[in-house]
Design a protein around this ligand. Structure first.
Ligand code: FPP
Length: 257
């Protein structure tokens, strides 16, 4: 945890009445979010599911800005899981179009905010146009040193773990590593998240209380925070409330106070 770093930098975009209360508080270094409930949000308004995803993209934009303003170090957003391929093709294609739109419209602002974008997941299975947009965004922000914004795109934690196991097995076969040297650090470094601190806070919207194959190894000691709001309803204020709740928790990591 570290104190608010960028608070004053983007003061103009901080409007919530929680502003005063949060000054001097610590923010979690790494926040991960399961953005759930786009479909239910749309259904409740008799709108098509795709409208829910579009509103979800707008909520995501606000949360990215808020995270940067609050001085969060890493923000990881579960955007498309390996299981989401089971959805109707029309919905899947729309989600990729949204990714294209977000990276096209927001990239200038993200560059200006010194945000560094990275991807968790296998992007080679994405549509060619999306791969191009994503790669451009990665290249444009590669030297940035501010908020590390990670999109989990075509990501599944079990797949990530199996890939890591194969990598380690290969290293033992080639003699690079002996079985006795395999430990938690070796395993952590074989994951797609190597070098990234574990999430301090995991938020899930929409009232469901499950992890859905997201960062299973990495959340061993993460604080979990579930809210009833559907993702399109999740605003800067909700993120700030989550941080206040996080600060009231006592983290013991299995030890004593
Ligand atoms: C879960 O809601 C949400 C998703 C599967 C997609 C999340 C995507 C976005 C917020 C926009 C993505 C944009 C970029 C740039 C990454 P759901 O459809 O499962 O909702 P439901 O459970 O109510 O049906």
């Amino acid at each position: 945890m570290r104190p608010f770093g960028n608070w004053l930098k983007h003061e103009k975009s901080v409007k919530s009445d929680l502003h005063e209360r949060l000054i001097g508080e610590n923010v979690p270094e790494h926040v991960a979010i399961i953005m759930d409930g786009n479909g239910r949000w749309a259904k409740a308004r008799s709108l098509p599911r795709l409208a829910g995803h579009h509103s979800g993209m707008l909520a995501m934009r606000e949360v990215v800005r808020a995270s940067d303003d609050l001085g969060i170090g890493y923000l990881t957003l579960y955007s498309f899981s390996t299981e989401n391929w089971k959805r109707p093709l029309r919905e899947i294609e729309y989600l990729w179009r949204l990714v294209d739109e977000f990276f096209a419209l927001d990239i200038e602002e993200l560059v200006q905010r010194n945000v560094r974008i990275s991807i968790l997941g296998d992007t080679t299975e994405l549509p060619a146009a999306t791969q191009t947009t994503v790669n451009r965004a990665l290249a444009m922000t590669v030297n940035n040193t501010g908020l590390k914004l990670q999109f989990a795109l075509n990501y599944g934690s079990r797949r990530e773990i199996v890939t890591a196991v194969k990598k380690i097995a290969q290293m033992t076969v080639s003699g690079e590593l002996t079985v006795d040297h395999i430990d938690e650090a070796v395993f952590t470094n074989a994951l797609a998240t190597a070098g990234i601190p574990d999430p301090d806070l995991l938020i899930r919207t929409s009232g469901d209380q499950r992890i859905s194959n997201f960062l299973l190894w990495q959340i061993a000691y993460t604080e979990l925070y579930f809210v009833q709001e559907m993702w399109p309803e999740f605003k800067r204020r909700h993120l700030e409330e989550a941080i206040l709740a996080y600060n009231s928790r006592e983290r013991r990591f299995g030890g004593l106070k």
